[in-house]
Ligand binder design. Structure first.
Ligand SMILES: *Cc1c(COP(=O)(O)O)cnc(C)c1O
Length: 404
């Protein structure tokens, strides 16, 4: 760190000494945040172009969300699912309406919601589809990211995420992402579900060929297989639509939601599906102590209310178009490719220039926080409250970094 940093360096050292090194954070120590901006312990301000991996779609401390959270803190925060509370039914009804499904099952982390989707798909396979006991398979895509549990990393194709965590959970078949023919060939009598990200986030914001999601939908319907869309990162406004599936006019059988559903305040995740699917669960067959707690439900209801105005989606579309216009102009000038939709971009930096890590460190020095995904790929996903002027500031900083 530079010599002007007086609080940052010791705080970075302390964290490094006492934390497992399962992350490699940028050396910035955030003390406060509002909207699209964060301030570090030394008073420096940064534009947040990661937004908590899309957990902060509505920005830091959105006033409407903070108000609801404060009010709920003064009423009731936890009951467990042994009892009902007055936010639970309304939350489930609100999320059912937003997703167009009739049932919701709330959990906490994204990985738990993915686990829930896997369990429900298998149970549906045995109890409804009639798959032979213990034989159910789920088709997933190469390059997927669905979370960090032992079962989920069992079907990861990323060696860092998977190595030395075996024995692995069987029952998953990996096919190339974006290849509908490969998917069709992989479906057999044991297939209960196809689990996909409509846009692969961690893989570098990979958008599948147009028509792919529609082909997946068609195949799943024809072959009596559940189409499960992991919209944890792609959903809730990021792409300019409520769900990335909407952009392809596709309706999956099950949505998996998380990240932004908690408004950047509390972890909230959920799966949503019709009762013919979620109705397979009976008392005692699945659960979570904190899932669907009053604070989570109150905040998530306020998130859903924001999304029902359509404003976050409209901003993502409009400001996102500006972001992509600016980024596309840098192709051949330090960038080799730009992908994405809405306020979401994966950019490939010419590997001859620098790694993604180096680029994110240099952006940080210019007041922009972003994170590399793999190699020389950077992900830009600012809060949807960001302005075009702030986007210009971020892209100007990137241009300067690529020139330096
Ligand atoms: C982040 C993410 C998850 C996992 O969510 P956690 O809350 O970190 O467990 C799952 N799927 C996708 C697509 C994600 O982006």
């Amino acid at each position: 760190m530079t010599s002007i940093a007086n609080r940052t360096a010791p705080a970075v050292e302390e964290a490094e000494r006492h934390t497992a090194h399962n992350y490699h954070p940028l050396p910035v120590v955030i003390a406060e945040a509002e909207g699209a901006w964060v301030t570090d312990v030394d008073g420096r301000r940064y534009l947040d172009c990661l937004a908590g991996y899309s957990a902060l779609n509505f920005g830091h401390r959105h006033p409407a969300l903070i108000t609801v959270a404060r009010e709920q803190l003064d009423r009731v925060t936890l009951t467990s699912r042994a009892f009902l509370h007055d936010q639970f039914g309304p939350f489930c009804a609100d999320l059912a309406r937003l997703t167009g499904k009739d049932m919701v099952l709330p959990m906490n982390s994204g990985a738990e919601a993915v686990e829930t989707a896997i369990k429900v798909s298998r149970k549906w396979g045995y109890r409804v589809k009639g798959v032979e006991s213990g034989k159910a398979t789920i088709i997933v895509a190469d390059g997927n990211f669905h979370g960090r549990t032992t079962t989920i990393v069992s079907f990861s194709t990323d060696p860092d995420a998977r190595a030395d965590y075996g024995p692995y959970t069987p029952g998953f078949v990996v096919v190339p992402y974006g290849d509908a023919d490969a998917l069709a060939a992989a479906i057999d009598d044991t297939t209960v579900a196809v689990l996909l990200e409509p846009i692969q986030g961690e893989a570098g914001v990979l958008v599948p060929p147009s028509g792919y999601l529609a082909a997946v939908r068609r195949l799943c319907t024809e072959r009596n297989v559940l189409f499960v869309a992991d919209e944890i990162q792609s959903g809730l406004g990021r792409t300019g639509a409520t769900f990335a599936c909407d952009d392809e006019h596709v309706v999956p059988d099950m949505y998996i939601l998380g990240k932004a559903l908690g408004g950047g305040i509390v972890p909230v995740s959920a799966v949503a599906a019709d009762s013919a699917i979620l109705g397979v669960l009976r008392p005692g067959e699945h659960g979570s102590t904190f899932g669907g707690n009053p604070l989570a439900c109150a905040v998530a209801r306020a998130v859903i209310a924001l999304l029902e105005t359509g404003e976050p989606q409209a901003r993502a579309l409009e400001v996102g178009a500006h972001l992509h216009r600016r980024l596309n102009a840098l192709i051949g000038h330090g960038l080799t490719a730009v992908r994405g939709r809405g306020l979401w971009a994966g950019i490939d930096i010419d590997p001859a220039l620098m790694t993604g890590r180096e680029a994110s460190e240099r952006l940080m020095a210019r007041g922009v926080l972003a994170k590399d995904t793999h190699g020389s790929t950077l992900r830009l996903a600012p809060p949807l409250v960001v302005t075009e002027e702030e986007i210009d500031m971020a892209v100007d900083a990137l241009e300067a970094v690529l020139r330096s």
